[in-house]
Design a protein around this ligand. Structure first.
Ligand SMILES: *Cc1c(COP(=O)(O)O)cnc(C)c1O
Length: 231
């Protein structure tokens, strides 16, 4: 038995408190419930408790859940995306957080133009430079990528996303959230449409990320419980 509704309440409270602590408006940050590997029943419990933003990592699972879930959900693609899967996603998701190459952005652009839509995207920056993650921590290289992506038709570059290292010490990730924030509001600012959206913070560090300016926190296991991959 899990307590999805209770977990959502607790996390929402802590998220809003963190925003206020940092002098932000409590409505400037949104909880994205990361539901990968979880059954539709669990997502429905979150939905019935008021959640409208869901994050998924795998294209097949995401399109399957889109079919089965209510239509007023904002779906966030947060997982690594292969170019050959883009055609299944374009037009179905609210935002793609995980754009980590010009090649991928070009494919999203192409599919969006074909469908006559505009797809909202975030560029994923590997701020901590972890080798296991996609993208690079080199901000000069990232700026070049952002400049190219910003020019593509059919996409709207709304901001930046990062996945910080897994650590029991959330404070140690503060530097990475700060770096992403300062980059978005600094050198990358002119290539981003509107106020920069920052997607950062997960179960272990969403309060710190919120203090450093997160627009979306992506929280999975603290809502739905640990994931089991090899059933
Ligand atoms: C799985 C995942 C999350 C959620 O992680 P938790 O630690 O379970 O909260 C957030 N962001 C991304 C990109 C993920 O893949």
């Amino acid at each position: 038995m899990n307590n999805i509704s209770e977990n959502i309440d607790k996390i929402t409270q802590k998220m809003k408190a963190a925003a206020v602590r940092a002098g932000r408006n409590e409505d400037d940050v949104t909880l994205v419930a990361v539901s990968k590997t979880k059954p539709v029943e669990d997502l429905m419990e979150a939905y019935n408790h008021g959640v409208r933003d869901f994050g998924e990592n795998y294209v097949n699972e995401l399109t399957d859940k889109i079919e089965k879930m209510p239509k007023d959900i904002r779906w966030h693609m947060i997982g690594h995306l292969q170019t050959n899967k883009v055609k299944y996603l374009a037009g179905k998701v609210f935002m793609i957080h995980s754009v980590d190459s010009v090649k991928l952005a070009k494919e999203i652009s192409k599919e969006s133009v074909k469908k006559d839509i505009v797809t909202k995207i975030l560029c994923e920056i590997n701020v901590a430079g972890e080798e296991s993650k996609f993208g690079t921590s080199d901000l000069d290289a990232n700026l070049e990528m952002i400049k190219e992506i910003a020019l593509l038709p059919g996409i709207e570059l709304c901001g930046l996303m990062t996945i910080a290292p897994y650590t029991p010490d959330a404070e140690s990730n503060r530097q990475y959230f700060k770096t992403l924030h300062d980059f978005a509001y600094g050198r990358a600012r002119e290539y981003i449409k509107g106020k920069p959206v920052l997607s950062m913070g997960m179960s272990g560090d969403y309060e710190v990320a919120t203090e450093e300016g997160a627009s979306y926190i992506r929280v999975g296991s603290s809502i739905f419980g640990e994931r089991v991959y090899n059933k």
